[in-house]
Design a binder for this molecule. Structure first.
Ligand SMILES: Nc1ncnc2c1ncn2[C@@H]1O[C@H](COP(=O)(O)OP(=O)(O)O)[C@@H](O)[C@H]1O
Ligand SMILES: CC(C)(COP(=O)(O)O)[C@@H](O)C(=O)NCCC(=O)O
Length: 346
């Protein structure tokens, strides 16, 4: 049998012991499609990823799924089974491993283990499906046999209120790094990660297009915290780096980037805008009520110009460059079906 030096092995191949032939053979590993030796990621096709579900049961009923749907959400049970159940299984293994590590530290120090939440960050463009992914994961993780307490927060609550954005001439940069009160977000994440019994988180409303005055979300020591937002993988400006200040991205145990081609994401943005024109924009308190009476063509042109002026440039300049920091990248195609999953090796 030819022997292989370690550096000769393609990471897409695995060494296996062949019982019949009583020999070690090199076999293509079906679960790893990897041609680039230096890539930090293992790359899975949809089918390969779906096989990694193992025996994780589907606990979400069609009825429960319906209640999770937002706007024109058409998420299918097949997507949940093939993509989100394997992800739920992976997260379960990771959370258990981290909890065991906390227990080991506590045993070493002869103390009881501190209650520290496992923090999952979900990043990606506006309209790529971050909040849908976050709500689905919250439901699936809450259904684990240990019934963990899973909370979800969104970083848009940390946008500066419109009043401040207007003063600073930043209304056309909503969602850009400078439109967030990052210090407040970091303080909040630090308090949550430290296991503070009760943390108040500000809230944003897409209806009034602003921070909701005098209303906060109260978070009570979750076992798992999901943080969803455009900026969760961002690392701050040079000044904060020089002063060694913590970044938003410092607080995550696991990060997911929801990815798709910009043209497809823009299409989802346009679709969502058209749905809102028929629903939320008709509400008298809607910031966009002036758009309710637009014709379909006018609404499409308006949404396209918002995309071209704000969300598209933000994706290219500030969000896409953070993609390779994520531990997991879900790449979606048309119709929101995940086509490829990339998992960081370390
Ligand atoms: N997995 C999915 N299947 C079907 N539709 C989806 C899925 N994810 C998102 N959508 C739809 O795409 C649009 C954008 O999703 P949303 O979760 O609101 O994005 P984000 O939070 O990134 O802005 C919404 O209209 C939503 O209903
Ligand atoms: C408030 C947001 C930055 C948040 O993004 P999301 O949570 O929808 O991904 C975004 O929805 C937004 O308002 N962007 C500014 C341009 C626009 O009106 O779409």
């Amino acid at each position: 049998m030819k022997s292989y030096r370690k550096d000769e092995l393609d990471p897409g191949y695995a060494l296996r012991f062949d019982l019949a032939r009583q020999t070690i053979i090199m076999q293509k590993d079906f679960s790893i499609r990897q041609s680039d030796h230096h890539s930090r990621y293992l790359v899975f096709s949809r089918e390969e990823w779906a096989r990694l579900r193992a025996s994780t049961p589907l606990t979400l009923s069609e009825e429960r799924l319906l209640s999770l749907r937002s706007l024109n959400d058409r998420i299918s049970l097949m997507e949940v089974e093939q993509i989100y159940l394997p992800l739920s299984r992976l997260l379960n293994l990771y959370v258990t491993a981290v909890q065991n590590l906390h227990t080991a530290t506590a045993t070493f120090l002869a103390r009881s283990a501190a209650q520290v939440p496992y923090v999952i960050g979900i990043a990606g463009s506006v309209a790529v499906g971050k909040s849908t992914t976050a709500r689905l994961l919250q439901a699936l993780l809450s259904d684990w046999p240990s019934r963990p307490h899973v909370e979800l927060i969104t970083t848009d609550g940390f946008l500066w209120p419109n009043r401040v954005l207007e003063e600073r001439n930043l209304m056309q940069q909503k969602g850009f790094p400078e439109s967030y009160d990052v210090k407040r977000l970091v303080r909040c994440l630090a308090a949550l990660k430290a296991g503070t019994p009760e943390v108040q988180v500000p809230m944003y409303s897409h209806l009034i297009y602003d921070i909701i005055p005098d209303q906060m979300q109260t978070i009570h020591q979750p076992d798992i915290l999901i943080v969803e937002g455009l900026n969760v993988l961002q690392t701050g400006d040079n000044q904060s780096r020089q002063h060694n200040r913590p970044f938003v991205s410092d607080f995550f145990d696991f990060t997911i980037y929801v990815d798709a081609e910009e043209k497809i994401i823009e299409h989802w943005y346009l679709e969502r805008f058209l749905t809102l024109r028929e629903t939320a924009f008709r509400d008298p308190s809607s910031y966009f009520k002036r758009y309710a009476d637009l014709s379909v063509d006018e609404a499409m042109a308006t949404a396209h110009s918002i995309w071209a002026a704000i969300n598209g440039p933000n994706l290219q300049e500030n969000i896409l460059p953070t993609r390779e920091r994520a531990q997991l990248i879900l790449r979606k195609g048309k119709d929101h079906f995940t086509e490829e999953v990339k998992l960081r090796k370390l």
